[in-house]
Design a protein around this ligand. Structure first.
Ligand SMILES: C[S@@+](CC[C@H](N)C(=O)[O-])C[C@H]1O[C@@H](n2cnc3c(N)ncnc32)[C@H](O)[C@@H]1O
Length: 235
């Protein structure tokens, strides 16, 4: 059990990363412009038959509890102007209702996978992932007309490289950060820090929370690299 009264904190110029439990810490951090997060999905990881081995990361997802869902109340519209939140297909009805009750507008968007696993078993091909963007007044989506598309097309990410089963690709996170209003962006389920990397690259300030020490260490390294690249980027 993590000691949430004194969480481990790593502070960088444009990012603050906490090794902590998000439910205990996030309400104590105060207002942020936006929550951008990819929380544990809620779905059934049993079965899979002969497809199971090809699905590779399903065992890791179950072992780390990334199939257990999350408590919607962690998205508190009194403490943020907008939210981007990924979810599983089965979570759409409940999450949509929650966001519509908390924010003035909510839109369903999609990451279309350019290279989905070529298998379907008794279901559709897993070639798309859903996210909601919900906002309150003055925190509406940003960007040019071309940047305001509701979908982004990208290859599946590099979970293997970072030892995490659900790493989101840079292309997807860059698009999302472009669309999110405000300076301070928080990801309470930051995993390996993909939201933070996109936020820092885009000149925002990032606050991340992760409770798994291994993934937290990966996020620290990725955010350090993002800072170095930001320093060396042409003005
Ligand atoms: C779906 S993954 C996020 C992956 C991330 N988008 C990436 O690209 O690396 C969700 C993360 O939330 C973390 N997590 C789950 N429950 C948590 C909690 N109560 N507090 C903090 N982190 C938590 C998990 O360890 C996991 O790394």
């Amino acid at each position: 059990m993590l000691d949430v009264t004194t969480p481990t904190v790593v502070t960088m110029e444009h990012a603050t990363l906490y090794l902590a439990d998000a439910y205990a810490l996030l309400p104590r951090l105060g207002w942020v412009d936006a929550i951008v997060t990819d929380p544990p999905y809620e779905f059934n990881t049993s079965g899979g038959g002969s497809f199971r081995e090809q699905r590779g990361h399903t065992d890791q997802i179950a072992e780390e509890g990334l199939d257990q869902g999350f408590d919607h109340s962690i998205i508190n519209s009194l403490l943020c102007g907008s939210v981007v939140v990924f979810c599983h297909n089965d979570q759409v009805p409940a999450l949509s209702a929650y966001l519509q009750g908390s924010f003035s507008r909510s839109v369903l968007c999609m990451w279309i996978k350019a290279n989905p696993m070529p298998m379907a078993n008794k279901h559709y091909v897993a070639d798309a992932e859903i996210y909601f963007h919900a906002w309150n007044r003055d925190h509406h989506p940003q960007g040019s007309l071309a940047e305001k598309k509701r979908h982004v097309r990208s290859q599946v990410g590099r979970g293997g490289k970072y030892g995490h089963a659900t790493v989101k690709p840079d292309t997807v996170m860059d698009k999302i950060i472009t669309n999110v209003a405000g300076k301070v962006i928080c990801d309470p389920f930051m995993g390996t820090g993909s939201t933070g990397v996109a936020a820092v690259k885009a000149g925002r300030t990032f606050i991340g929370i992760e409770h798994n020490p291994k993934h937290f260490a990966t996020a620290v390294e990725r955010l350090r690299l993002a800072h170095e690249q930001r320093v060396h980027a042409p003005p």
